[in-house]
Design a protein around this ligand. Structure first.
Ligand code: CTP
Ligand code: CA
Length: 223
């Protein structure tokens, strides 16, 4: 199977993909962020686009981009921005894939001027961000399909299964941290898919494009 060859098993379907990190501003020159590259989300968006789907890619700050004619990219910065863009696209999306590494917290207040260094230590109060996948999971209709991701450092399966249920996903993709080539910043991933039916499926270490093809194969099989 090739992820480069174009097929039509998602022809006339619409999809939403969240991808990349979010940045939560502290002041005009600083933010809280994470190491997500956005590669996995872009690979999934491109795979679905190659199969004929029209994809809205809601993308946090990332160097990755796609020029695929079936992909419309909406660039966002914060988790709140990402939520608003995703919520707008969600009612039109048959398939939603939540691949973004959304910041869980943001500074409670954003300083209007650059914070000056003082002799004291600095504390920043963080407020919880909205959970995009969970919120849209509650708005999900019978004929909509949701896929989530999980990255865990301990009790991987238990945590992944809890997220599968809590966020109303059809399946969740667990990114294995056990392997040095997998996860953030790498071009390869090793995944286990946990389906709401109770079935699971583990992959070997694969390039992100092949992992994307595998994930989209699972979606197509279910539609
Ligand atoms: N997610 C989201 N919005 C958030 C946080 C997470 O849409 N504010 C989505 C991610 O895109 C992913 C899934 O929820 O598909 C799981 O994200 P993860 O960070 O692993 O789970 P959390 O619920 O945030 O729990 P924790 O970080 O404490 O493990
Ligand atoms: Ca999180």
């Amino acid at each position: 199977i090739s992820h480069f060859h174009t097929s039509s098993d998602l022809k006339d379907q619409t999809a939403l993909v969240t991808a990349g990190p979010t940045q939560e501003a502290i002041d005009p020159v600083r933010y809280i962020g994470n190491h997500s590259s956005g590669k996995m989300g872009v690979a999934i968006a491109e795979n679905m686009a190659n199969r004929g789907a029209k994809v809205t890619l809601v993308m946090g700050p990332s160097h990755e981009k796609s020029h695929h004619p079936n992909i419309t990219t909406v660039h966002v910065t914060s988790a709140q921005d990402m939520f608003e863009a995703a919520q707008k696209a969600h009612p039109h999306a048959k398939i939603s894939v939540f691949a973004a590494a959304v910041a869980d917290y943001a500074p409670a207040v954003q300083a209007q001027e650059k914070i000056k260094k003082s002799t004291d230590d600095l504390s920043i109060l963080l407020k919880k961000n909205i959970d995009i996948a969970k919120t849209l999971g509650k708005e999900k209709s019978e004929d909509q399909y949701h896929v989530g991701f999980a990255l865990e450092t301990n009790q991987e399966e238990k945590h992944a299964l809890a997220k599968l249920k809590e966020k109303n996903f059809d399946f969740i993709v667990l990114n294995s941290m056990q392997d040095k080539g997998a996860g953030f910043k790498h071009d390869t991933n090793k995944i286990t898919i946990y389906h709401k039916s109770g079935k699971s499926d583990a992959s070997p270490l694969l390039p992100k494009s092949a992992v994307a093809a595998l994930i989209v194969d699972h979606i197509v099989k279910d539609l």
